[in-house]
Design a binder for this molecule. Structure first.
Ligand SMILES: *[C@@H]1O[C@H](CO)[C@@H](O)[C@H](O)[C@H]1NC(C)=O
Length: 234
């Protein structure tokens, strides 16, 4: 997963994701991207972000590597990104055909750091929460099955208090077999340290992704997107 620096670029530039995702000039040609919805940078900072991903069935065979992730960054620091992963052999997490492996993870100058992984099915509701802990430095990722509450993965790292961008990614590396089903992200809620009434206007989409129900509360401190829909790549 060495090509995941795209979201930081996106967050730092605040450009439409189409402009960035559509021009992977910093990446090898065989990598490609599916649909995405992202927000940022905020004039404030993010202190909590939660979403529930219904991943759809994973490809039954995989030629490369395919990743689904909501990511959070400030453009220069760590990328906090719980990833749903499809590898040629996904048995390393206990997945069977059509299942994903999910793990909390952080990408940065050090490479990729991961929590333990669990298998998830296409219809599972995977709740992914990023929370800035009370020390003001540590981001705790908590991944659970939204229906059963079962813990799927967790990871904590002191990535700092200056997170400004959040977005989804569908990342296809090494001539991957693309998604065979759409993805849905439900009730995505981003809480800022202080109100930023303009955060909603930074939203952008790529590759025909759509969203509905973007609204803020607490004067622009809490931002919610009811539904994000990402099209299947095939
Ligand atoms: C991003 O966060 C890191 C860690 O807190 C910090 O060192 C860096 O200055 C931040 N970058 C921006 C652009 O705010």
């Amino acid at each position: 997963m060495q090509f995941l620096l795209l979201l930081p670029l996106l967050a730092s530039t605040g450009l439409a994701s189409a402009a960035v995702f559509g021009s992977p000039v910093t990446h090898v040609k065989r990598d490609s991207w599916g649909g995405s919805v992202s927000l940022g940078p905020t004039k404030s900072t993010i202190i909590n972000a939660v979403t529930t991903l219904i991943p759809g069935t994973a490809p039954s065979t995989q030629n490369g590597e395919l990743f689904l992730w909501p990511g959070m960054s400030n453009g220069t620091g760590d990328l906090v990104q719980t990833t749903l992963e499809s590898w040629p052999d996904n048995s390393w997490c206990g997945a069977t055909t059509g299942q994903w492996c999910v793990r909390a993870s952080v990408f940065g100058y050090f490479g990729q750091l991961d929590g333990t992984a669990s298998p998830v099915s296409g219809t599972d509701k995977v709740r992914i929460e990023y929370n800035l802990e009370s020390d003001g430095q540590t981001w705790k990722q908590t991944v659970t099955n939204a229906e059963t509450g079962a813990l799927l993965s967790t990871y904590s790292r002191a990535s700092g208090p200056y997170m400004t961008g959040y977005g989804t990614g569908t990342e296809c590396d090494n001539s991957c077999t693309g998604t065979i089903a759409p993805q849905q992200y439900l009730d995505t809620t981003i809480t800022l340290a202080s109100a930023d009434t303009t955060f909603g206007s930074t939203i952008s989409t790529a590759q025909s992704a759509t969203y509905s129900g973007l609204e803020s509360s607490e004067g622009g401190k809490v931002w919610k997107i009811a539904t994000i829909n990402i099209l299947s790549m095939s």
